[in-house]
Design a protein around this ligand. Structure first.
Ligand code: CTP
Ligand code: K
Ligand code: MG
Length: 180
């Protein structure tokens, strides 16, 4: 019961987990804020680029389509009812994750944090809030079916753990500048 709740909730979040990591690998080029500042600090900073945002969103949507192709055997193997992703849900999760991350950088710059500075709590949950909000906006029926309050609770507890582990690995293998 709890196991199947965790499995379906995490499966439903997978298209929101990939974008940040894909952006790290693909990032670079023109920053979204074009170098502009506001009240003495960059609006977003050099860490938020058009290329990283586009690549991250594309990676999340592509992963959702790939998961749709294997959802039946995966459901059977795990003995769990797993979600398929309508395109609108896939886009909401992937793009929303990127928007949440960009919004967090905006808040970091407003609070005097330089690019790459840690903001515990925000760093781990920014993309969760963005992904859930955009999935709800773009695919409300699908969202209500899979992101029940208990599923959201699972996501909010488990995601920060997964996020910390992934980023420490990314730092250790040299693709990420900081371990957060
Ligand atoms: N990245 C990107 N575009 C995005 C998000 C991330 O290009 N929308 C790339 C950047 O190269 C960035 C790296 O992924 O440096 C790591 O992402 P993140 O940790 O979110 O950015 P930071 O550089 O730490 O900047 P910030 O302090 O604004 O979070
Ligand atoms: K971030
Ligand atoms: Mg960072």
């Amino acid at each position: 019961m709890v196991g199947s709740l965790i499995a379906s909730a995490l499966w439903a979040m997978l298209p929101a987990y990939v974008p940040n990591n894909a952006a790290v690998l693909a990032g670079g080029g023109r920053p979204i804020d074009g170098g502009r500042t506001w009240n003495g600090a960059r609006v977003l900073g050099d860490g938020k680029t058009w290329r990283g945002t586009a690549a991250g969103t594309a990676a999340g949507v592509l992963l959702a389509l790939a998961l749709n192709a294997v959802v039946d055997p995966a459901s059977t193997a795990l003995g769990v009812d797993l979600p398929t992703f309508p395109l609108r849900a896939a886009i909401g999760l992937a793009f929303g994750a990127m928007v949440g991350d960009v919004a967090a950088s905006f808040l970091k710059r407003r609070s005097g944090r330089e690019r790459g500075a840690a903001f515990p709590g925000l760093d781990q949950l920014d993309f969760v809030v963005g992904a859930l909000a955009f999935a709800w906006l773009l695919a409300p029926g699908w969202f209500g079916e899979w992101f029940t309050p208990p599923a959201i609770a699972v996501v909010v507890v488990v995601t920060p753990i997964l996020h910390v582990v992934t980023n420490v690995i990314g730092f250790a293998i040299g693709v990420k500048n900081e371990p957060w």
